[in-house]
Design a binder for this molecule. Structure first.
Ligand code: PLP
Length: 455
């Protein structure tokens, strides 16, 4: 059946769809682009216009849109089995994928618990950490709290919001949330102590973290961190050694380390997992987004043998992890993830990244010199460009003026799709992006910033 024309689709969207993180009154005034196809690094709308996908369809796409190999794997799987529950049954794809994930994950992670999205992967990690401490015995029963970082984002369900630290998103829900022990964000450009993150910095953030751990170890079950980069908080890169030190501190104070690699996992930082960059194995690791290369909703929470073993016992002891989702281990989604992991090897994707990462570094140096760019931050293939009203004083543009959105709208006129985080322009392309496309992306971003800031 042929689609209705663009105007009709727009009318349907405006009549019936409630968009995420969107003031719908503004949306009603827009003429939204309606995407109907994807090809490599490009999204294509109903009018045939092509947009370079500068944010990998919200940090999910890895190998480009509509990769034949993943499409074929999905078609094969659909003809065999669309879904079967993991309650009382296994399925071939979820077993194969769990084995592969454990083979490639940081050494020491041994078990895979499936769910559907990043928020649930985080919820599961939180609940596992909480119950694990209970299962260890009376001596650890007080370990019920979590340490989280200011400016963190771990998803939008209530538990995930509780460990989040972005007031703009989370403030209104505060009465619904459980309290956490909040550590300073390692946001070097806007460090709470005035530090800079370089070799002269005395790492106020780590000292504060250790003070909090010292004071609260007996009541803390776990710590949750977005390793190497707080993404939704504005692409805030952590100083080198930060994650390693957090691991050491967690060990010292007997606190579980939960790594939320929902955004940074699957090659984004240059290694398959961000924790690898600092030689760290977390106790629990949350994965989603890039897990299926952006094809389908699937998530996984990986756990150590020690955590898994604590849940073993006689049925009547009620040590079971009572948690599950209807589509847990969906075989179509697992087939996409398996095909994606094969493509990592086939395309030598990670081996080909250093050239792209270096190129981004060069372009970011140039961008940093623009009069209204306060800071640029990059970890591997992830970047953030923070726009400021006054560079000297680091004064932000007032958020109501929506400078980030204005830059993205300019970029769109140049055939580039971006989505900002406040005043931060996000660079998060599919890992398969070509050097020419990367050049086009960065040229477009520079032009768009200049057009909006008038520089
Ligand atoms: C680090 C991190 N954790 C969790 C989530 C939540 O994932 P989802 O939107 O799939 O629930 C996100 C989403 O952006 C994220 O960046």
């Amino acid at each position: 059946m042929k689609n209705p024309d663009t105007q009709t689709l727009r009318a349907y969207d405006k009549s019936y769809v409630w968009h995420p993180f969107t003031q719908m009154r503004d949306w009603e005034a827009e003429e939204p682009i309606v995407i109907e196809r994807g090809e490599g690094s490009y999204l294509i709308d109903t009018e045939g216009n092509r947009y370079l996908d500068g944010v990998a369809s919200i940090w999910t796409n890895v190998h480009g849109h509509c990769r034949a190999e993943i499409n074929d794997a999905l078609k094969k799987q659909i003809d065999r089995l669309e879904h079967s529950t993991l309650l009382g049954l296994a399925n071939d794809q979820s077993a194969l994928l769990a084995k592969r994930l454990i083979e490639v994950a940081p050494a020491g992670l041994k078990k895979v618990f499936y769910s559907d999205n990043g928020s649930t992967a985080v919820e599961i990690a939180i609940k596992m950490a909480f119950q694990y401490q209970r299962l260890r015995g009376e001596r650890f029963a007080a370990k019920t709290k979590f340490i989280s970082f200011r400016n963190a984002y771990h998803g939008d369900t209530i538990g995930a919001v509780s460990v989040g630290g972005i007031d703009l998103f989370h403030g209104v829900f505060r009465p619904l949330l459980f309290p956490t022990i909040l550590a300073p964000s390692p946001y070097c450009y806007r460090c709470e102590s005035g530090g800079t993150g370089d070799e002269t910095c005395d790492r106020f953030c780590l000292k504060e973290l250790e003070n909090l751990m010292k004071a609260h170890a007996a009541e803390t079950a776990g710590l949750i961190i977005e390793p190497l980069m707080q993404c939704a908080g504005g692409m805030v890169a952590q100083p080198p050694g930060f994650v390693k030190k957090v691991r050491e501190l967690c060990d010292r104070y007997d606190i579980l380390m939960i790594a939320d690699e929902v955004a940074v996992g699957f090659g984004r930082t240059g290694a398959l997992f961000a924790c690898e960059g600092e030689g760290v194995t977390p106790d629990l690791m949350a994965l989603s987004k890039g897990l299926t290369a952006g094809y389908l909703p699937l998530a996984a929470t990986l756990a150590t043998q020690e955590i898994f073993d604590a849940f073993l016992g006689d049925y009547s002891e009620l040590k079971t992890f009572f948690h599950g989702h209807t589509f847990t281990g969906n075989p179509i989604a697992c087939a996409a993830a398996l095909a994606s992991l094969e493509l990592f090897a086939q395309d030598r994707l990670l081996e080909n990244l250093p050239e792209k990462i270096e190129y981004l570094e060069e372009r970011f140096q140039e961008v940093r010199n623009l009069p209204h760019v306060g800071d640029t931050r990059q970890v591997g293939m992830i970047g953030g460009i923070e726009l400021v009203l006054d560079k000297e004083l680091k004064t932000p543009y007032p958020w109501e003026q929506r400078f980030g959105i204005r830059v993205c709208n300019e970029a769109r006129k140049r055939g580039i799709f971006l989505r900002p985080l406040g005043n931060v322009i996000v660079v998060f392309p599919p890992l398969s992006i070509t050097m020419e496309e990367l050049e086009c992306l960065m040229d477009g971003i520079v032009e768009a910033i200049r057009a909006v800031t008038g520089d």
